[in-house]
Design a binder for this molecule. Structure first.
Ligand code: URA
Length: 254
């Protein structure tokens, strides 16, 4: 027997939080009875569970890594008719959702899954999973400017957490440079805003890793399924990072 919200999230209905809302909203039935209590348990192998009248089955879990080109929206649909990520996922019929977002103009590593728990764990702000980007910026930031990014800069939504930053490539004419930056948060347009804060705006942004997973030689616009080891590696990393942050908080409150 398992909690209903866990079964629903596991079946790819939505994130666990959203599934709780569905239960509270009276949208979920077990064997024909509407259930609105969050602690309710059921056995997906025996009980008939429906959401909005649709019976859920034990959907196969899918985990993919996609090399998103720039000019593609990280979303299931776009009213303006721009290209969306799922346009590139031919052959996948399951409804996948992104593990975090990349901006329209950002390219690179994007994880997609129908496993709500996996997505939640990896994107939870407390879990601080590292994400590395190669940011091509105007000019060449001075070492002291990069130090600001390393320590944390003030953005309109508060200070950023310490980041790892290093030069990747410098144009001989010093018109632009590429900086490798690893951040442990996932705020909206964070990398672009961090470089705006030191007055070296980003002209090209590419995510090259998420946790221990690297884009490698995956071609732009293509995807591949993660291996079991890669999935387990990401989950382990989110848990370890989560524990570290819980410990950090406990230490700070001593
Ligand atoms: N930071 C950004 O500014 N954009 C992204 O797409 C991801 C991180």
């Amino acid at each position: 027997m398992e909690r209903l919200q866990k079964i629903l999230a596991g079946a790819g209905v939505a994130s666990r939080r959203k599934c709780e809302e569905l239960i509270l909203g009276g949208k979920v039935q077990v064997n024909g009875e509407t259930v609105t209590t969050l602690g309710t348990k059921a056995d997906p192998a025996v009980d008939v569970i429906t959401v909005g009248g649709k019976t859920i089955g034990a959907e196969k879990k899918i985990y993919i890594v996609f090399n998103k080109p720039k000019g593609v929206i990280t979303s299931a649909s776009d009213p303006q008719g721009r290209k969306i990520v799922t346009d590139y996922l031919k052959g996948i019929t399951e409804r996948l959702y992104p593990v975090g977002r990349l901006d329209y103009d950002t390219e690179g590593l994007l994880l997609l899954t129908n496993d709500g728990d996996f997505a939640h764990l990896l994107t939870h702000p407390k879990h601080h999973v590292p994400k590395t980007y190669h940011a091509t910026v105007k000019g060449v930031p001075h070492g002291t400017e990069l130090d600001k990014l390393k320590k944390g800069v003030m953005l309109e939504d508060g200070m950023t957490a310490p980041a790892e930053v290093e030069y990747q490539d410098i144009d001989p004419e010093q018109k632009h440079s590429t900086i490798s930056i690893t951040i442990y948060e996932g705020r909206n347009r964070q990398v672009r805003r961090m470089f705006d804060a030191i007055k070296h705006p980003v002209t090209k942004l590419k995510r090259i890793s998420f946790g221990d997973l690297y884009l490698g030689n995956l071609k732009r616009g293509l995807y591949r399924h993660l291996t079991k080891e890669e999935i387990e590696g990401l989950l382990k990393q989110a848990r370890i990072a989560g524990n570290k942050s819980a410990k950090g908080q406990a230490d700070r409150s001593k």
